[in-house]
Write a protein that binds this ligand. Sequence first.
Ligand code: MN
Ligand code: MN
Length: 266
Amino acid sequence: MYHHLKKLMYTVNVGTPDPRFGNMLLEQFGGANGELAAAMQYSIQGLNCDDPDRKDLLMDIGTEELSHLEVVGTLARMHLKPMKSDRDAAHADPLIAIAGGGGVSLFNSMGNAWTADYLKITGELDVDLRSNIAAEARAKIVYERLIDFCEDPGTIDALQFLMTREITHMKAFTAALESMGKPALSIGRIPPTPELVNQYFNDSTGIGDRGEPDSRGPWNQGGEWKIVDAPAFQELESEKTGTRAANGHSRSEAQMNKSTSAKAEK
Ligand code: MN
Ligand code: MN
């Protein structure tokens, strides 16, 4: 159940409206990482959630995001309003000026319509929480860039509030995920294939023209990692020598183990 309080979650003051900045603000109104996307993603995940504690969290934050939508929409409207009557301002964005009369609508800063395709809803709670942590990180960085491009103190103040709340949400989603007690790489029920899961396919070779390295790091060495060098070339070689698996797509576990040990012998 929703009820509208005729108050903004955070007071919005704009000194001098800046229509071009108002246009950028729309990224957080009708954009991929914007407030409507966040509100819908969390609320609808909440509808699908069978865990009553985390459902409460999803609905709380989903509802707060609707209040953020109201704040950022109000802010954008204040910046865009001159477009309705001022020709110079209207030139900043003809779509908003001519079709929208200087008001906000559910478009991003490039004039693309909001879409449910922005939402990440899998019906698997831990997977959804990971999406939400990433969504909050994206929202945070978009607010930070908006602050960097803004000169109006009142606007910066409201954006600082909204940016901070995204980090609050990131903290809450992270704690909710961790408190589920699932090992970090345990997703779903079916375990990954044991040998295959630890193979790092080194699908690029050598040093690039601008010195791009063939890097090693904790993402491909140490622990259980096994480097498999240039698997595509190995496929080609096995096709030439007629040892490629009959099904074409090949790369059976046996083959990969063979490539790994071949590398180890060098
Ligand atoms: Mn928000
Ligand atoms: Mn948030």
